[in-house]
Design a binder for this molecule. Structure first.
Ligand code: BES
Ligand code: ZN
Ligand code: ZN
Length: 489
C-alpha cells in the first residue's frame, strides 16, 4: 500500500499528485515539479501559505490526472508534523475525489530544516493514518480509502528511504487497530469479547497468548480487578501477550487500562458525555496493538503486554465505597470512590507483570484521570516516573512522533493524601486537587523495583472532532510513541 516511486515524474500516471509548497522558497529539486509550482504561484489565492490549496486538472508536463498543491508555510517553521498534516489532507482530498491512488512529491530535505528520513516517515504516516475510515456500523459506505500511496523521490532519497514504507505501514496499521478498538461501541467489546478480539489480532504473529478468566483471577487473588468487574454480567479478564524473540535484549512490560465502559459504578458518573466512556480501554488497545507491531517488526527485545479488562457497572453485586479489598500484592485498599476504578485494576496488573516477567522497564498507559485533562488539555499526555532518564526518553519519543507528552511530578509528601484509616491505602486522595498526581502515586505503591513510568492518556486517547490525519473517535495514541521510545532506550 505504501511505496517509494522513482523514475521520471513526467511519465508516472496517477489519479492525484500532491505537491507540498513552501511560501518563502522552492523546496523541490525536480524541474517538472518546480515548473508546476511556479505556475500555481501565479494565482493570487495560492502562495504556499499554511492552508493554501489549489487543484489543477491535467496540467502540461506531467501525466497525473490531477495535481494538488498544498501550502506548508515558511520553511524555517516546517517540521515533520506540517508534512504529516499535508499528506493527511492530500489523502482526504483523494478520497473525496474518488481517486484510488495518490502520489506525493518528496520535498528536497536539504531545503528544509529536517532530514530526509523524517520527511519520508512523516509523509507516509500522515497519508496512511489519514486514509483510515471507520464506517463499520454504517450501511452506506460513502467513502472508499485510497488503495495505493506513493512518494516520488530521486535516486539518492530512494536509497535513504529503504525500508521506511514497510516500517511505517506496520506501525500505523497497529495505530489503526487501536483506533478501531477504541471507537467500537461498548456493547460490542465487553471484556469477554474484547479479550477474544485481542487474541484474534495477535494470533499467528509469533506471540504467546494467555487469557485469565474470572476463576483464574480468583486463584491469583487479584482483588482489585475482581472488585471492579463485580458489577458487570460480563466478567473480568486479563490478557497477556508475550512477544519473546530468541536471545532477547531487554524485557519491556507494557500494562494497559482496559475498562470497556466506565459508568463510574456505584459512584455513577453524572452528566458529562457518558457515551465517550467506551474509550476507557484506550490503554489496553494501545498496549495490545504495540505488542503486535513489535512482533511484526521483529523487535530484538521481549515485549510483554498485560491488559486487565473489566466493565465498571453499578449493580447489586458491584463494589461499594467503603469496601476494602486485598490486591494481588497483598496490600489492602479501601475504595473511596468506585469511579477511581482504573487504578484498582492496574495495581494488580503492574504487580503481576513485575513479579512474573521481571521487566527491565515497565510502562503503563491509561485513560486514568479527568484531572490530567484539566492539567494538560486534550492533546498532551502526562508522564509520571521517578526515573528521569525514562521519562525524558518518553517525552523525546513523543516529540519525534508528535504524540506529545509532558513530565509531571510525583512529590513524595503528596502520598499522605492517600492514607486510609482502615486499610493500607485508599484509592482516592483526600484533597480535591492534584488528582492525576494522586493516581500516579497510588500506582507507585504497587511497583517494587522495576524502572517504571505511567502515562495518563485520558486526554489524547479520543477526539470528538476529526483533524488532518485522524477522524473523530479513537486516536491510537501511544502506539507510535511506545515503539519509538522502546527503540531509543
Ligand atoms: N476513566 C476516568 C477518567 C477519564 C475522564 C478519562 C474523562 C477520560 C475522560 C476515570 O476512571 C475516572 O473516572 N477518574 C475520576 C477519578 C476520581 C473519582 C478520583 C476522575 O478523573 O474524575
Ligand atoms: Zn472512573
Ligand atoms: Zn475509568
Amino acid at each position: 500500500m505504501l511505496k517509494i516511486k522513482t523514475g521520471d515524474i513526467k511519465a508516472i500516471s496517477t489519479g492525484l499528485l500532491m505537491i507540498p509548497v513552501a511560501e518563502d522558497k522552492s523546496i523541490h529539486g525536480n524541474k517538472a515539479v518546480e515548473k508546476l509550482v511556479e505556475t500555481a504561484k501565479t494565482y493570487s489565492e495560492f502562495k504556499g501559505r499554511k492552508g493554501d490549496e489549489l487543484l489543477f486538472y491535467q496540467p502540461e508536463g506531467v501525466k497525473a490526472v490531477r495535481v494538488l498543491f498544498l501550502g506548508i508555510g515558511n520553511t524555517a517553521a516546517v517540521g515533520p508534523e506540517s508534512l504529516r498534516k499535508a499528506a493527511g489532507k492530500a489523502v482526504k482530498k483523494a478520497i473525496r475525489l474518488r481517486v484510488s491512488d495518490l502520489l506525493i512529491s518528496l520535498p528536497d530535505a536539504r531545503k528544509l530544516p529536517i532530514g530526509v528520513t523524517p520527511v519520508l516517515r512523516a509523509l507516509f504516516e500522515g497519508a496512511y493514518l489519514g486514509n483510515h475510515i471507520f464506517d463499520y456500523y454504517k450501511a452506506d459506505k460513502k467513502q472508499t480509502p485510497v488503495k495505493q500511496i506513493g512518494v516520488f523521490v530521486n535516486d539518492a532519497a530512494a536509497k535513504a528511504g529503504r525500508g521506511i514504507p514497510e516500517r511505517v505501514e506496520t506501525v500505523c496499521k497497529s495505530t489503526v487497530l487501536a483506533r478501531e478498538w477504541v471507537s467500537m461501541p461498548p456493547n460490542e467489546k465487553r471484556p469477554d469479547r474484547f479479550a477474544r478480539s485481542i487474541v484474534k489480532a495477535a494470533d499467528k504473529e509469533g506471540i504467546d497468548i494467555t487469557v485469565l478468566d474470572e476463576p483464574d483471577l480468583k486463584k491469583n487473588k487479584m482483588g482489585g480487578i475482581l472488585s471492579v468487574g463485580a458489577g458487570s454480567k460480563s466478567r473480568a479478564r486479563m490478557v497477556i501477550l508475550d512477544y519473546k524473540p530468541k536471545k532477547a535484549g531487554k524485557t519491556y512490560a507494557l500494562v494497559g487500562k482496559g475498562v470497556t465502559f466506565d459508568s463510574g459504578g456505584i459512584n455513577i458518573k453524572s452528566g458529562g458525555s457518558l457515551e465517550d466512556m467506551k474509550m476507557d480501554m484506550g490503554g489496553a488497545a494501545t498496549v495490545a496493538a504495540t505488542v503486535i507491531a513489535a512482533a511484526r517488526l521483529k523487535s530484538k527485545d521481549r515485549v510483554v503486554g498485560v491488559m486487565p479488562l473489566v466493565e465498571n457497572m453499578p449493580s447489586g453485586d458491584a463494589a461499594r465505597p467503603g469496601d476494602i479489598i486485598r490486591s494481588y500484592s497483598g496490600k489492602t485498599v479501601e475504595i473511596g470512590n468506585t469511579d477511581a476504578e482504573g487504578r484498582m485494576i492496574l495495581i494488580d496488573a503492574l504487580a503481576y507483570a513485575e513479579k512474573l516477567f521481571k521487566p527491565d522497564i515497565m510502562i503503563d498507559m491509561a485513560t486514568l484521570t479527568g484531572a490530567c485533562i484539566v492539567a494538560l488539555g486534550e492533546k498532551i499526555a502526562g508522564v509520571f516516573s521517578a526515573d528521569k532518564k525514562l521519562s525524558e526518553a518518553i517525552v523525546a519519543a513523543g516529540e519525534t512522533v508528535y504524540e506529545r507528552c509532558w513530565e509531571m511530578p510525583m512529590p513524595d509528601d503528596y502520598k499522605e493524601l492517600l492514607k486510609s484509616d482502615f486499610a493500607d491505602i485508599r484509592n482516592i486522595g483526600s484533597s480535591r486537587w492534584g488528582g492525576a498526581i494522586a493516581a500516579a502515586l497510588f500506582l507507585s505503591d504497587f511497583v517494587e523495583n522495576a524502572r517504571w513510568a505511567h502515562i495518563d492518556i485520558a486526554g489524547p486517547a479520543y477526539v470528538k472532532k476529526g483533524s488532518d490525519y485522524c477522524e473523530a473517535g479513537g486516536t491510537g495514541f501511544g502506539v507510535r510513541l511506545l515503539i519509538e521510545a522502546m527503540e531509543s532506550l
